[in-house]
Design a binder for this molecule. Structure first.
Ligand SMILES: [Zn+2]
Length: 62
């Protein structure tokens, strides 16, 4: 079974087996390659958006 994930940086769909996983604030994100992984690592706040957008738009505070 091949599962695909979305690159958190460029939005490209990649196979999960080929993607690089990135842990950030308890969530797992994926990058399609080292370049995108580096971008994520340098600026995770820019790319680490919640996979599911909340329908209310209520900001969550930690
Ligand atoms: Zn990418």
């Amino acid at each position: 079974m091949t599962e695909s994930v979305k690159c958190a940086v460029c939005g490209k769909t990649v196979l999960k087996t080929a993607a690089l996983s990135l842990a950030h604030q308890g969530q797992t994100f994926y990058a399609c390659g080292p370049g995108c992984r580096d971008k994520f690592t340098k600026n995770p706040a820019k790319y680490a958006k919640a996979p599911k957008a909340p329908s209310g738009g209520t900001p969550q505070k930690p």
